[in-house]
Design a protein around this ligand. Structure first.
Ligand code: ZN
Length: 485
């Protein structure tokens, strides 16, 4: 393999450089477009993200959400209706101010949506009249734009990214709170079980709540470099937005009541970045079969004299896989050696490689190579599809177990500030500790340990095991601390 083809750094040696090389060498994205925070997405990443989208969309629709597409522009007057929300997003909005060849200024500026609460809730106020219209659960798969000041990174932080936003409206607070739990289950079913990303679902502290929300709940995971990454989050909006947007309904007693709302935002683009970072190895991508672009790649090993037999065998094996719903491709390119192709498909994380040469044709065998372990087996060609399926199941399971094991190891307890700081410096991850609930202690953690209080565990009160990690006074809750992307 030429130096240009493979990765030249080890993941454990230089994670940041490893990530950069994987993005370009596995042909996920091209950064040469050269507009800060905007990325050119290549087919391989788009195919995987489309699979991620479709699993999430199916799950949301099964739970009563309906798809919508809203305009990508939001008039400034809509945007400003909920003042905390407007204030919180102010620094991140791209504004469209003029159009046409004479640069005619618009009477009202249009925000390029950074998130769609203010667009959707303007319409929800028109759509919701009586209690029979509730609950109303909608989602859209779309791009959003945020004027990001920090350094951008493909699939981790950008000025344009791809996500799903689900917006739900209920008649009662109880139903809205139940939705938070449902969103956590959606995250478990898809982000954990399908994408193999473990997480803790945390209740963010008040000072770190989404602009305009009553409470924010977020799934935090740990990346290989020990940094924390936020996966989906859900916001309990209470009646803040329904009051600002006048979303009212006539209840059963003919009384006008403001609705209760939640929103949920799985950022597919960023979750994809976490998939790349978490599961990849020194050879390149390792993608959970549940979302991989293909299941198997067939690499013919042939010389001129046996070209016909080998090609025919490859086609036959491909058909036998497709017959049972597996997705296979044949890499028949003439200008590359089989060895080069092996490396190429390992880099791209094809879960199974099928090698077929003249000897295999004679023996009615095929060689299967499993991407995540490198394990190689020779199987009867008539069992190829069944054996591939078994490998895929095994791969999905072991990618998840490996990630779970890594995550569990990276949640550590600390009772004292120096102990916490040392763990953050040496290993990162999430530190479980005790907090008095005072903002000043949270600020101290930020300033002296360069870390954030990520929150308390959702749905469970953990037993306090020491005094506040900062001030030494009585602790009010067990919290998780980490350094985030
Ligand atoms: Zn304290």
């Amino acid at each position: 393999m030429s130096e240009e083809q493979g990765l030249t750094v080890k993941k454990s040696g230089n994670f940041s450089e490893w990530y950069t090389q994987v993005i370009s060498k596995a042909e996920l994205a091209d950064i040469r477009y050269n507009v800060k925070g905007f990325l050119v997405h290549r087919p391989w990443s788009v195919k995987i993200m489309k699979n991620m989208y479709s699993l999430l969309e199916r799950e949301l629709e099964a739970k009563g959400h309906e798809p919508v597409w809203f305009p990508s522009v939001i008039p400034e007057s809509f945007f400003e209706k909920e003042s905390e929300h407007a204030e919180g997003f102010k620094a991140e909005v791209f504004w469209i101010t003029e159009g046409g060849s004479d640069g005619k200024k618009f009477e009202e500026r249009l925000a390029l949506r950074p998130t769609s609460e203010t667009a959707m809730y303007t319409m929800f106020a028109l759509w919701i009249q009586g209690w029979k219209d509730l609950p109303m659960k909608m989602y859209q798969s779309c791009q959003v734009w945020r004027y990001e000041g920090k350094a951008t990174r493909p699939f981790i932080r950008g000025r344009e990214f791809f996500w799903i936003e689900a917006h739900d409206v209920f008649a009662t607070e109880r139903e809205a709170l139940a939705q938070v739990k449902e969103d956590m289950e959606t995250t478990e079913n898809i982000v954990h079980k399908m994408f193999c990303l473990p997480f803790l679902f945390l209740v963010r502290p008040k000072h770190d709540t989404f602009a305009g929300a009553v409470n924010t709940f977020a799934a935090d995971s740990v990346m290989p470099d020990g940094k924390i990454i936020q996966l989906p989050s859900t916001h309990m909006l209470g009646q803040n937005f329904s009051k600002a947007f006048d979303i009212k309904f006539l209840d059963e007693n003919e009384k006008k009541t403001h609705a209760w709302q939640t929103c949920y935002g799985p950022a597919v683009w960023r979750i994809f970045g976490a998939v790349v970072a978490m599961h990849g190895d020194d050879k390149g991508l390792v993608i959970p079969p549940a979302i991989s672009a293909i299941d198997a790649v067939i690499v013919p090993i042939m010389f001129e004299k046996d070209r016909k037999e080998v090609s025919e065998k490859c086609e036959a094996v491909k058909k036998s896989l497709e017959k049972v719903g597996l997705r296979a491709t044949i890499d028949a390119r003439d200008n590359y050696t089989p060895g080069w192709k092996y490396n190429y498909w390992e880099l791209k994380g094809a879960p199974v490689r099928i090698e077929i040469g003249p000897r295999d044709v004679k023996a009615k065998k095929v060689v299967l190579v499993r991407r995540d372990t490198g394990e190689k087996t020779s199987v009867d060609e008539k069992n190829a599809a069944e054996e591939v399926r078994k490998i895929l199941e095994g791969t999905q399971k072991s990618i998840m177990e490996k990630a779970d094991g890594f995550f569990q190891k990276n949640i550590r307890d600390a009772s004292h500030f120096n102990e916490m700081k040392k763990l953050l410096d040496d290993k990162g991850g999430l530190i479980r500790t005790n907090w008095c609930d005072k903002q000043s202690c949270a600020d101290d953690i930020k300033e002296k340990a360069q870390a954030d209080i990520r929150g308390t565990l959702f749905g469970k009160t953990e037993k306090i095991f020491n005094k506040c990690v900062v001030c030494g006074k009585e602790a009010k809750s067990v919290v998780y601390v980490g350094r985030a992307y």
